[in-house]
Design a protein around this ligand. Structure first.
Ligand code: 5AD
Length: 377
């Protein structure tokens, strides 16, 4: 039976066994590698089902929306995989006005979404930092009311900044921060990023964010050429050991106008998709009560990608709120879905997708991770 995991030396046999191991926190590196190596339909279904049970037990059946506002594609970095890297001269750059961002946030609050994510390319200049701080303040002030007494929950995703800047973001009212580590392998990190970016600094940023009091999310790209199952297992251990509250990760999708995408324009999309789903399930089994996003990149590879993500243990979805005419300029990777839809269309479509996997939308609440509440006790 243990053969179904592709490695025979680990005693992971059936759903009951997986649940018992999860309950005993008994997943070590070897076990995680074995789970991520699952390559039969039956083994994958066993892992999926155990992860789904773990999710329902620890987090319930609600799926939380985070309205995603990609407010600027101006970027000072040059990550070798990313379509909006500063060096990509084909990108038409935009920054939404403060009124445009606020209008999207107010729409979100009216719809009963509990939170927004403000995401952009990475900039550390003063003008940008002040702009983010002012925007967060206004969103908080304008959305406090009967339905959301503390205003919309605001998650920031604007990259590596100084500790002082993070403190100011927190004081302005942002309470969650997403900063993907992308990979924890020093070899891969330096192959994917230019030399001025370092794994050490990114880890220091994550630690600073935690110590300031943010709910912190991180994540990785999955299925990049040269990345092994062992690398991914180390990524899972990193997330566990750092004790993050939220995880957002997805399959790597090549973008032709990037150095990595040019080198290997297609790869194996099925492998990347299936590995991404297994990673969600494994993080759920190992970390139990964190929030995990079913990311848009999953849907770029499969029309039902995000539903699968939910079924493998995810409990957060980020509906696109970027104004439709700007979405085509925020292509981190090729084939990004929903670029022609309006926010209203996205809303109807997502509610149906969530119902299709037997779950319900958690309207009018922030939907903080259970893990964060437990960690703070
Ligand atoms: N494929 C998949 N994900 C990507 N990202 C950037 N480029 C790509 C790509 N080509 C992800 C990174 C980043 C997030 C905003 O988008 O993980 O952190």
């Amino acid at each position: 039976m243990s053969q179904m995991y592709g490695r025979e030396d680990v005693g992971l046999t059936d759903e009951g066994g997986l649940e018992a191991m999860a309950a005993a926190n008994a997943f070590g590196r070897e076990e995680i590698i074995a789970l991520l190596s699952a390559n039969t339909t039956r083994a994958r279904e066993t892992i999926r089902s155990a992860a789904e049970k773990m999710l329902l037990k620890h987090c319930g059946d609600r799926v939380y929306y985070r309205g995603l506002i990609e407010f600027s594609n101006v970027c000072a970095r040059n990550c070798r995989y990313c379509g909006i890297r500063g060096g990509n001269t084909y990108v038409k750059r935009y920054t939404l006005s403060y009124e445009e961002i606020l209008a999207q946030a107010l729409w979100c609050a009216e719809q009963g979404y509990g939170s927004v994510v403000l995401q952009s390319g990475e900039r550390c200049d003063r003008e940008f930092v002040e702009f983010v701080i002012d925007t967060v303040r206004v969103i908080k002030n304008r959305t406090r009311g009967e339905r959301l007494p503390d205003g919309l929950g605001v998650t920031l995703c604007v990259g590596e900044q100084s500790r002082e800047t993070y403190e100011r973001f927190f004081e302005a009212g942002a309470h969650r921060y997403l900063l993907r580590i992308e990979t924890t392998s020093p070899r891969l990190f330096s192959a994917w990023h230019p030399p001025e970016q370092s794994l050490e600094n990114r880890i220091a940023c994550l630690q600073a964010l935690q110590s300031i009091g943010f709910q912190v999310g991180t994540g990785v790209m999955i299925g990049v050429p040269g990345q092994s199952i062992e690398d991914l297992a180390d990524d899972v251990l990193f997330m566990r050991d750092l004790d993050v509250d939220m995880v957002g990760m997805g399959p790597y999708i090549p973008h032709k106008q990037t150095p990595l995408g040019e080198k290997d324009p297609t790869g194996d999309p099925t492998y990347r998709f299936e590995s991404a789903l297994l990673m969600i399930a494994v993080v759920r089994l190992v970390m139990k009560d964190v929030n995990i996003a079913a990311t848009t990149a999953l849907q770029a590879l499969d029309p039902q990608g995000r539903e699968h993500g939910l079924a493998f243990g995810a409990n957060v979805i980020m509906p696109q709120l970027t104004p439709t005419e700007k979405r085509k300029d925020y292509l981190l990777y090729e084939g990004k879905p929903c670029v022609d839809e309006t926010a209203t269309q996205c809303k109807g479509c997502l509610a149906a997708r969530i119902a299709s996997v037997g779950r319900v939308v958690g309207y009018e609440r922030w939907g903080d991770s259970v893990h964060f509440a437990r960690r703070r006790k």
